[in-house]
Design a protein around this ligand. Structure first.
Ligand SMILES: [Zn+2]
Length: 113
């Protein structure tokens, strides 16, 4: 039985090396998908004192992580990402611009980032 540093049994998917690392968190990262100077990967985490999370991260000119605390949200995000696959890069930028505008409308300019 594999356990983390706090002695809790790891979930079957945990690939954290608790014996040689410092992490109390159980986790598993997907292989990275590379596109030019940006790469993206997904992950599952089970913090020692928290609830499980799953998410997607991307790193390139900027680093962004979206984490989800429930299966429904993570699956909806996966559907969104898959649905965007049919859009051109210009259409992606247009959607991103619209989202920034919507964030500014909903939260104010200072919160939009
Ligand atoms: Zn673990």
């Amino acid at each position: 039985m594999k356990v983390n540093k706090a002695g809790r049994e790891c979930p079957a998917w945990c690939d954290t090396d608790h014996e040689n690392g410092l992490s109390y968190t159980c986790s598993k990262n997907s292989p990275s998908v590379d596109a030019g100077n940006t790469h993206a990967w997904t992950w599952a985490d089970l913090p020692n004192t928290g609830q499980p999370e799953a998410g997607v991260s991307a790193a390139g000119e900027a680093a962004v992580t979206l984490g989800f605390a429930d299966s429904w949200s993570a699956r909806n995000a996966a559907a969104l990402i898959e649905g965007l696959a049919g859009f051109s890069p210009e259409e992606h930028r247009e959607i991103a611009a619209h989202l920034r505008e919507s964030a500014a409308q909903a939260f104010g300019e200072a919160e939009a980032g």
